[in-house]
Design a protein around this ligand. Structure first.
Ligand SMILES: N[C@@H](CCC(=O)N[C@@H](CS)C(=O)NCC(=O)O)C(=O)O
Length: 203
């Protein structure tokens, strides 16, 4: 059996879970090392020596190589699998949504969730842009999923992995998914396709 990769991550982080899910789905042996993000675990000398960016997830390969950025890691792990379309335009469409996730979705939905759910800040103290831009992102996803089974077309791809991570936790950021039936149905399809259970907040 191949030597396992080591995933450094926090189980409450959607970015980290993306990596865990893809490795498990593709049968890539992986060892998980917990890093406590709210407790400052990403800024210890040992972690900074591995990833000077001071963030998780990152992966250490058996030869010692380190790779960070969730969407870069899952793209590397899934190379050659059905999670990445082969046709150039379909592949680029997948990447379109993965870049969008990092610039137009995660910075609002995940950040609002972190501030409310982990830092226990009051909604009144938050930057209103987080709610507004997060809702914009959900509306665009809803319109997309009214016409397609998955974000980049009719097949499950890494675009869905990237986007489901924080979308299925969006309620913890104060975003009510009741208004988004197409998103809710899609979350179920992605969870089934990846073989992960429905969302349960880490204990
Ligand atoms: N763009 C990065 C974001 C990584 C990131 O912000 N990770 C957070 C947890 S979700 C973190 O490590 N925060 C700790 C810190 O900033 O000290 C990715 O997709 O991997």
């Amino acid at each position: 059996m191949a030597e396992p990769i080591t995933i450094y991550g926090d189980p409450g982080s959607g970015n980290c879970l993306k990596v865990k899910w893809v490795a498990a789905h593709l049968g890539i042996p992986a060892t998980w090392r917990d890093v406590d993000v709210p407790g400052g675990g990403t800024r210890t000398p040992a972690i900074l020596a591995l990833n000077p960016a001071g963030r998780v997830p990152f992966v250490v390969f058996p030869d010692g190589a380190v790779l960070s950025e969730s969407n870069a890691i899952i793209t590397y792990l899934a190379e050659g699998s059905a999670l990445i379309p082969q046709a150039p335009l379909a592949r680029a469409r997948m990447l379109q949504w993965m870049f969008w996730e990092q610039y137009s979705h995660e910075p609002f939905i995940a950040v609002r969730r972190y501030q409310l759910h982990y830092l226990k800040r009051s909604p009144d103290d938050l930057d209103p842009k987080l709610a507004g831009r997060g809702a914009d992102a959900l509306r665009l996803m809803e319109r997309t999923l009214e016409h397609a089974a998955f974000m980049a077309g009719e097949a499950l791809t890494l675009a869905d992995v990237a986007l489901v991570a924080y979308t299925r936790m969006a309620h913890e950021g104060g975003f009510d998914l009741a208004a988004y039936p197409a998103i809710r149905a899609w979350i179920g399809r992605v969870e089934t396709g990846l073989g992960i259970g429905p969302y349960a907040a880490p204990a």
